[in-house]
Ligand binder design. Structure first.
Ligand code: SF4
Length: 350
C-alpha cells in the first residue's frame, strides 16, 4: 500500500514532468516559421502579423532559428565583402530627414560633381584587390531624368567594373523604365533603392516624393531583370526588408532581431551590414553573422559615414573563421520574390 507521502511525491513528480514537457513543446513563432521555411522554401505571402510575431519571439530562440535557416540556405562561413563609393556627393534636392547629403540641411558635407572614369575604376580596382566582390556606386540625386551625359558615363563605369569580374550595384535615385533596361544591358547586378519607412510614416521622413514614386522605380528595376537591393526600416513596427540592413542607431538585440527575422522570412536573401557597423564590437558582429547576416561593406567610408577599419575586418574574418564569398552572377533574381513579399507585407500595413 502506498503512503500518503509517497502519493504526494509521485503527484509532484508527475506535475514537474508535465511542466517540463510544456516548456519544451511550447513553440515560438520563430521556431514555427523557421521550420516551415526550411521545409517549404521562400514564401511570398507573408502577412505583417506573421513577421511581427517572428520578430517578437524570445530573442535567443529567434537567434537560434535564424542561424538554423541561415545554415540551411547558405554556407554559414561565407561573408561577402562589398565596397560602396560615393561617385557624386551632396547637393541633393530631396529632403530625406536622415540624410546629410540633402542640400536643405547644413551638415558640413561638401558637394562634389560626378567622379571621372579613371578615379572610379581605380577605386574599384583597389576594392577588388582588398577582397571585395561587389562594387556599389552611389550618386546623391533625386532622379536620373534629364542627366543623359552623366547617366551614359555611369553605364560605362558599370560595364568596365563588371568586366573586372565584380558584381556591380548602383543607387542613383529614381530612374525611368528605359534607364533600367540600359543599366541591365551594361551589366548591372543590383539597383539599390530604399523604401526608407512604411507608407503611413513616409510623409514624416520625406515630403519631396511619395511612397509610390519609390515603388515605381523598384518595379522598373525588377522588370528589367535587375536584382533589387533595398532597405526598409519601420522601426516602431519592426518591419524591414531585404539585402541591406542600414544600421540606424539601434541596439545590438534589436539588430539581432531584425537580422534573424530577415533570414527566416527571406532565406536566400543577402543580409548586408552597412553604415553603423563601426559601433559594434567583434563579438556583437559575430552574433549578427550567427543570426543570418552574410555580407558587409568594407572600406574607409560609406558615402559620408565612417566605416570599420580594413585591418580590423581582416582580423575579424580570421578570428571568426569567416571566408570571403565569391561574386554571384547566376541567380541574380533569386531574392526578388522574397523582397516583393516583404514589401507587400509592409504595404498592407498602410
Ligand atoms: S534622395 Fe538620397 S541623397 Fe538625396 S536626400 Fe534622399 S537619401 Fe540623401
Amino acid at each position: 500500500m502506498l503512503s500518503i507521502g509517497s502519493i504526494l511525491r509521485r503527484t509532484q513528480l508527475r506535475a514537474s514532468v508535465l511542466q517540463l514537457h510544456s516548456w519544451y513543446s511550447s513553440s515560438s513563432a520563430a521556431a514555427t516559421q523557421a521550420e516551415r521555411t526550411i521545409k517549404e522554401g521562400p514564401r511570398n505571402d507573408w502577412s505583417r502579423d506573421e513577421i511581427k510575431a517572428v520578430y517578437d519571439s524570445p530573442v535567443l530562440d529567434l537567434l537560434f532559428h535564424g542561424a538554423q535557416v541561415h545554415r540551411h540556405a547558405h554556407n554559414f562561413r561565407e561573408v561577402q565583402q562589398c565596397t560602396l563609393l560615393s561617385i557624386k556627393t551632396g547637393g541633393c534636392s530631396e529632403d530625406c530627414s536622415y540624410c546629410p547629403q540633402s542640400s536643405r540641411y547644413d551638415t558640413g558635407v561638401k558637394s562634389q560633381k560626378l567622379m571621372n572614369k579613371d578615379a572610379v575604376l581605380e577605386a574599384a580596382k583597389k576594392a577588388k584587390e582588398a577582397g571585395s566582390t561587389r562594387f556599389c556606386m552611389g550618386a546623391a540625386w533625386r532622379e536620373t531624368t534629364g542627366r543623359k551625359t552623366n547617366f551614359n558615363q555611369i553605364l560605362e563605369y558599370v560595364t568596365e567594373i563588371r568586366n573586372m569580374g565584380m558584381e556591380v550595384c548602383c543607387t542613383l535615385g529614381m530612374i525611368e523604365k528605359q534607364q533600367a533596361v540600359e543599366l541591365k544591358k551594361a551589366g548591372l547586378t543590383a539597383y539599390n533603392h530604399n523604401l526608407d519607412t512604411s507608407r503611413e510614416y513616409y510623409p514624416n521622413i520625406i515630403t519631396t516624393r511619395n511612397y509610390d514614386d519609390r515603388l515605381q522605380t523598384l518595379q522598373y528595376v525588377r522588370d528589367a531583370g535587375i536584382n533589387v537591393c533595398s532597405e526598409l526600416c519601420q522601426r516602431k513596427n519592426t518591419l524591414y526588408q531585404h539585402s541591406v540592413l542600414a544600421f540606424l542607431p539601434v541596439e545590438i538585440w534589436e539588430m539581432i532581431r531584425m537580422i534573424a527575422t530577415a533570414r527566416i522570412i527571406m532565406p536566400k536573401a543577402m543580409v548586408r551590414l552597412s553604415a553603423g557597423r563601426v559601433r559594434f564590437s567583434m563579438p556583437e558582429q559575430a552574433l549578427c553573422f550567427l543570426a543570418g547576416a552574410n555580407s558587409i561593406f568594407t572600406g574607409e567610408k560609406l558615402l559620408t559615414t565612417p566605416n570599420n577599419d580594413f585591418d580590423a575586418d581582416q582580423l575579424m574574418f580570421k578570428v571568426l573563421g569567416l571566408i570571403p564569398k565569391s561574386p554571384s552572377f547566376s541567380d541574380e533574381l533569386s531574392t526578388v520574390n522574397e523582397l516583393e513579399a516583404c514589401q507587400e507585407a509592409v504595404s498592407s500595413s498602410a
